[in-house]
Design a protein around this ligand. Structure first.
Ligand SMILES: Nc1ncnc2c1ncn2[C@@H]1O[C@H](COP(=O)(O)OP(=O)(O)OP(=O)(O)O)[C@@H](O)[C@H]1O
Length: 257
C-alpha cells in the first residue's frame, strides 16, 4: 500500500473533526473522499499532508511513518496537494506561480540565490523547464505569461494542479478540484485527472460533484461527522443505505452538476 492510515483522529477542543479513521490508498488508483459539509474531509487532507498534527493514530507512507511529518517534508517525500481555494499569487504570471513547485526538488540555498551561483542558474533553468513541461501537460502553455488574476477559475485550477505536479509527486491530493467550474469544464478536468494517473501519479480527491466521482474513482471513502461510515467502489457507495441517509439527513444535497 502506498498510504496506510490507522485510527486517525483530530480534535479541535471538544470537536472531533476526524474520528478513528482507518484507510488505505493503493498505488496507481483514484480514491475519492466524500461526505456532507463539515464531515472532516479537508482536515483529513491536512493530516496526511502534515498541515495538522493528529491527536491520535498513524499514517504510513511507502512503509515510513509520516504521522508527524511537516508539509515541506511530506512534499519532499512525494505527497503534493492543492487547496480548496487556490493559493496562487494573483498578480504574478502563470509560469511564475508554477515555478515555485519544483523548488522543493532543488538544492540551491539563499546564498546561491544572492550571489547567482552556477548552481542557482542551473537550478533556475531546470525549474523553468519543469514548469513549462507541466503547463504543457495541463494545457496552459498559451497562458504562460498571463497574470493569474486575468485567467478563468478553471484555468486557475489547472495552474494549481501544474504547481502541485511540478514537485514531482507520487501522491497528489486534490481538494475540490471541480468546485466553482461548469459541467463541460468538469468533464475536461476529469480527463486531466485520468491523464495524471496514467502518468504514474496516484490521486486522492475530495469532491462534491457526484457524477465526476462516480466516473473517476476506483475507491470511495465516505466520512460523516468525522467518522468513516462506508467505503467501496462507486457502485457499492451509490447503493449504501448509510451513505444515502447521511446525505439526505444533512442540510446539503449532493451536487449533481
Ligand atoms: N482549525 C480548526 N479549528 C477548529 N475547528 C475546525 C478547524 N478546522 C476544521 N474545523 C471543524 O472541523 C469540522 C470538519 O471540518 P472540515 O473542513 O474538515 O470538513 P469538510 O468535510 O472538509 O467540509 P467542507 O465540505 O465544508 O469543506 C468542522 O466542524 C469544522 O468547523
Amino acid at each position: 500500500m502506498m498510504l496506510t492510515i490507522n485510527g486517525l483522529t483530530k480534535s479541535f477542543g471538544g470537536l472531533t473533526a476526524v474520528n478513528e479513521v482507518d484507510a488505505v490508498i493503493e498505488k496507481g488508483t483514484i480514491t475519492a473522499v466524500i461526505g456532507p459539509n463539515g464531515a472532516g474531509k479537508s482536515t483529513f487532507f491536512h493530516l496526511i499532508s502534515g498541515f495538522h498534527q493528529p491527536t491520535k493514530g498513524s499514517i504510513q507512507y511507502n512503509g515510513s511513518d509520516i504521522t508527524k511529518t511537516p508539509p515541506h517534508k511530506t512534499a519532499a517525500l512525494g505527497i503534493s496537494r492543492t487547496f480548496q481555494t487556490t493559493h496562487l499569487f494573483e498578480q504574478s504570471t502563470v509560469i511564475d506561480n508554477v515555478l515555485i513547485g519544483h523548488r522543493v526538488r532543488t538544492k540551491a540555498t539563499i546564498i546561491d540565490a544572492i550571489f547567482r551561483t552556477k548552481r542557482e542558474k542551473n537550478e533556475e533553468k531546470k525549474c523553468y523547464e519543469k514548469a513549462r513541461e507541466m503547463l504543457d501537460f495541463v494545457g496552459l502553455s498559451h497562458l504562460e505569461n498571463n497574470p493569474v488574476h486575468s485567467i478563468t477559475q478553471e484555468e486557475q485550477k489547472r495552474t494549481a494542479i501544474a504547481l502541485a505536479l511540478a514537485t514531482d509527486p507520487e501522491l497528489l491530493l486534490l481538494d475540490e478540484p471541480a468546485a466553482g467550474i461548469n459541467p463541460d469544464e468538469t468533464i475536461e478536468l476529469a480527463s486531466l485527472i485520468k491523464k495524471i494517473v496514467r502518468n504514474g501519479v496516484t490521486v486522492c480527491l475530495i469532491e462534491h460533484k457526484m457524477p465526476m466521482i462516480m466516473s473517476l474513482a476506483d475507491h470511495i471513502i465516505v466520512l460523516n461527522h468525522g467518522s468513516k461510515i462506508a467505503e467501496g467502489t462507486p457502485e457499492e457507495i451509490k447503493n449504501n443505505p448509510e451513505v444515502i441517509k447521511a446525505y439526505l439527513g444533512g442540510e446539503e444535497n449532493v451536487e449533481t452538476g
